[in-house]
Design a protein around this ligand. Structure first.
Ligand code: SF4
Length: 318
C-alpha cells in the first residue's frame, strides 16, 4: 500500500476483570493509507472503540505495535507522544456529553489551541476559531453560544472543529453520527468527506452500522470479539462478503445488495463474553455454517486476493 500513515501490528488489549481477562482487542493487524478511510464495523462490545482509543494511546496496549508516520508510538517519550498527539485526534460519538456545557462554542474550540500554545494573543485565537467554525459550517453568530442551545448536528460540528484545531493528519471518528437523525447524519458524513479531501485526512471510522460506512470508507474491517474477521475494499466487501458474520451484518443493514434481499440472516444467541471467548473460531457458537474443526481450531486470517482478507475455515481449501 503506497504511503501508509498508520500500521497496526498484532495490537492487543486485555483488561483484568473479576470474571477473568477480558480480550477486548486480540491481535489485530491492518494498514491505513494516507488520505483514506478504514471503516471499523461490528456489534457493541466487539472491541472497535478500544481499538481506536488504543491506537491514540488514550489506553495503553497490552501488546503490539502502532506505527504512525514510520514511528512506533509505544516507544515515544512523553514529549514525543505529546507532539504526535497533535497529528492524531478523536471525534466522539455523543457530542453533547463530550462538550462542556458551561463553556461557549469559541471556548470549546479554542481549548486545544490554548493548551498547546499554538497561538498566544486572543485576537489570533479568536480569528482561528472563526476560521474553524466557517470550515465546519458553523454560523459566526454562534461564537458565544452554549452547546446546549444547539442541535446534535451543530454540536458534532463543534467536536469536529475542535479536532481540526490541531491540524491533524489522522482522526479516529468513533460513531460520530450514531446519535444524530438520519438527515443530519448525511450532512456530517458529507462534511467529514469534504474535510478529508481538503486536508488529506486519514480516518478510522468506527460504527456498528454498515449502512453508514457504505460509500464512505475505502476499506472496511469487520470485528468480532476483538478480532478482525474480514477486511476488504469497501465495494468488494459489500458485493462479495466471505465471512458468515459479515454476511449476517449485511443482511440486517439497509444497504442495496439485491443478493441479500429477503434473506435476512438471524444470528442465534448473544455475543459471548469477551472475558470468556469461545475456543477455535470465536464466531462458532453463532455461525450457521459451523463445522467440527471450527470448535477447536482458530481459522487463519488470509488474503483471498485484491486485499480481501478473511478468517474462516469455509475457505481453507480455496
Ligand atoms: Fe463459521 Fe467455521 Fe467460518 Fe467460524 S470458521 S465463521 S464457525 S464456518
Amino acid at each position: 500500500m503506497a504511503d501508509t500513515i498508520l500500521e497496526v501490528k498484532n495490537l492487543t488489549k486485555y483488561f483484568k476483570t473479576k470474571h477473568g481477562m477480558l480480550h477486548a482487542v486480540d491481535g489485530i493487524n491492518f494498514k491505513l493509507a494516507r488520505g483514506k478511510t478504514l471503516g471499523l464495523v461490528g456489534e457493541s462490545g466487539c472491541g472497535k472503540s478500544t481499538t481506536g482509543r488504543t491506537i491514540l494511546r488514550l489506553i495503553e496496549p497490552t501488546a503490539g505495535e502502532i506505527i504512525f508516520e514510520g514511528k512506533d508510538i509505544n516507544k515515544l517519550s512523553r514529549s514525543e507522544l505529546r507532539h504526535a498527539r497533535k497529528d492524531m485526534q478523536l471525534i466522539f460519538q455523543d457530542p453533547y456529553s463530550s462538550l462542556d456545557p458551561r463553556k461557549t462554542v469559541s471556548q470549546i474550540i479554542s481549548e486545544p489551541i490554548i493548551a498547546n500554545k499554538i497561538l498566544k494573543t486572543s485576537a489570533d485565537i479568536d480569528a482561528r476559531v472563526a476560521e474553524l467554525m466557517s470550515t465546519v459550517g458553523l454560523a459566526a453568530r454562534l461564537f458565544n453560544a452554549s452547546p446546549h442551545e444547539l442541535d446534535g448536528g451543530r454540536r458534532q460540528r463543534i467536536g469536529i472543529a475542535r479536532a481540526l484545531a490541531m491540524e491533524p493528519k489522522f482522526i479516529v471518528c468513533d460513531e460520530p453520527v450514531s446519535a444524530l437523525d438520519v438527515s443530519i447524519q448525511a450532512q456530517i458524513l458529507n462534511l467529514l468527506k469534504e474535510l478529508q479531501a481538503e486536508f488529506n485526512l486519514s480516518y478510522i471510522f468506527i460504527t456498528h452500522d454498515l449502512s453508514v460506512v457504505n460509500h464512505f470508507s475505502d476499506e472496511i474491517a469487520v470485528m468480532y470479539l476483538g478480532k478482525i474477521v474480514e477486511k476488504a475494499p469497501a465495494e468488494q466487501l459489500f458485493d462479495n462478503p466471505l465471512h458468515p458474520y459479515t454476511k449476517a451484518l449485511l443482511s440486517a443493514a439497509p444497504v442495496p445488495n439485491p443478493d441479500m434481499k429477503g434473506n435476512r440472516i438471524i444470528l442465534q444467541g448473544d455475543l459471548p463474553s469477551p472475558a470468556n471467548p469461545p475456543q477455535g473460531c470465536k464466531f462458532h457458537t453463532r455461525c450457521p455454517h459451523c463445522m467440527e474443526v471450527c470448535k477447536t481450531v482458530a481459522p487463519e486470517y488470509k488474503d483471498y486476493g485484491g486485499g480481501h482478507y478473511c478468517a474462516c475455515h469455509l475457505y481453507d481449501k480455496k
